[in-house]
Design a protein around this ligand. Structure first.
Ligand code: NAP
Length: 265
C-alpha cells in the first residue's frame, strides 16, 4: 500500500484525507492518506523521517511550507515562490513542488475564466505569492495589493511584470481588471471582506482563496455585482488534484474528490 499524507501544525480539521481517499477509492488504488503533526520547528526533520519510512508523498501546510525547502529538491516554480506544498519521495531525492499556484489557475479555468488581461491579487502572504506567480506565468498582467504595501512591492519585484500597491489602490486597480483573487485571510470565519463592494463589477471573475465559509462576504458582493464567482474550495480541490496526479501518474477523478471535499465543508 502507498502511504501519502499531510504535515502541518495543526492538521486536525484538514479536508485533504477524505478528498484524496475518495480519489484512491474511485480509481481502485491501494493507497491511504494520513495526517502528521510534528512540532512547529521540525518540518525538515519530519520530511527526512517520512522519506526513511517509505512514505510515497507528502502535502505540506502551515507552518512548514518554507521550512521544508531545505529538505527537498524544489522544482523551479516552488523555488521562485519560495514554498513547497507537495513532496514526491519516489525518486532518488525528495522532489518539492508548489501546487497552490496551479490550484488557483485550474480553479479559474474550470469556471471558463480566460486567463488573459489583468489580474488583481489581494494579499502578499503564501497564497498571494503562489497565485501571483501562477497568473503571471499564464501571461496575465498582475497587480498585487496588500495591507502592508511594502510586502506587495517586494513580491512584485519577484513576479514578472507585476506591480505592488496598498489596499487604498484597489478601486483604481479593479476598474480595468478581469480577474480578482483574494489571498488574504479576511472573511475567514467572519462576515468581512478586504475589497469594498462598490469596486466590484460584472466584467470581473472573482476567486476567494478563503473557503470557510464557502460563500464569503466577498463572493456574495461579487455575485450581486454580476461577477463570475469561484469559491476557495475549488482552489483547495485543484491543488490536491495536481498533487494526486503527480504522485499517482493517473488522471484524478475530480468529481469524486470534489464531492468528498464539499461533504466536509
Ligand atoms: P499568510 O501567509 O499569513 O498571509 C496573510 C495575508 O492576509 C497577508 O497578505 C496579510 O497582510 C493579509 N491580512 C491578514 N489580516 C488582514 C486584515 N485584517 N486586513 C487586510 N489584510 C490582512 O496566509 P496565507 O497562507 O497566504 O493564507 C491566506 C488565506 O488563504 C487563508 O485564509 C488561507 O486559508 C487561504 N488559503 C487557501 C488556499 C486554498 O487552496 N483555497 C490555499 C492557501 C491559502 P499583511 O502582509 O499586511 O499582514
Amino acid at each position: 500500500m502507498d502511504v501519502y499524507g499531510l504535515i502541518g501544525n495543526p492538521v486536525g480539521h484538514s479536508l485533504s484525507p477524505p478528498m484524496h481517499e475518495a480519489g484512491y477509492d474511485e480509481l481502485g488504488l491501494d493507497a491511504t492518506y494520513v495526517t502528521f503533526e510534528p512540532p512547529a520547528d521540525e518540518g525538515a526533520a519530519a520530511v527526512e523521517a517520512a522519506n526513511r519510512l517509505g512514505v510515497a508523498g507528502l502535502n505540506v501546510t502551515i507552518p512548514f511550507k518554507q521550512d521544508v525547502l531545505d529538505a527537498v529538491d524544489p522544482d523551479p516554480l516552488a523555488e521562485r515562490i519560495g514554498a513547497v506544498n507537495t513532496i514526491d519521495f519516489t525518486g532518488d531525492a525528495p522532489q518539492g513542488y508548489n501546487t497552490d499556484a496551479v490550484g488557483a489557475v485550474r480553479a479559474l479555468s474550470h469556471h471558463g475564466v480566460a486567463l488573459s488581461g489583468t489580474a488583481v491579487v489581494v494579499g502578499a502572504g503564501g497564497a498571494g505569492r503562489a497565485a501571483s506567480f501562477g497568473l503571471a506565468d499564464e501571461g496575465m498582467d498582475v497587480h498585487i495589493a496588500n495591507r502592508t504595501a511594502s510586502k506587495a512591492d517586494a513580491l512584485a519585484e519577484d513576479v514578472p511584470g507585476a506591480t505592488g500597491h496598498g489596499l487604498d489602490s484597489l478601486g483604481d486597480l479593479l476598474a480595468d481588471a478581469d480577474v480578482l483573487v483574494n489571498c488574504t485571510s479576511v472573511g475567514m470565519d467572519e462576515d468581512a471582506t478586504p475589497v469594498p463592494a462598490p469596486a466590484l463589477h460584472g466584467d470581473l471573475a472573482v476567486l476567494d482563496a478563503v473557503y470557510s465559509p464557502v460563500e464569503t462576504r466577498l463572493l456574495q458582493d461579487a455575485a450581486s455585482a454580476g461577477a463570475t464567482t469561484v469559491d476557495g474550495a475549488w482552489m483547495l480541490l485543484y491543488q490536491g488534484v495536481e498533487a494526486f496526479e503527480r504522485w499517482t501518474g493517473e488522471t484524478a477523478p475530480v468529481e469524486a474528490m470534489n464531492a468528498a471535499l464539499r461533504a466536509g465543508l
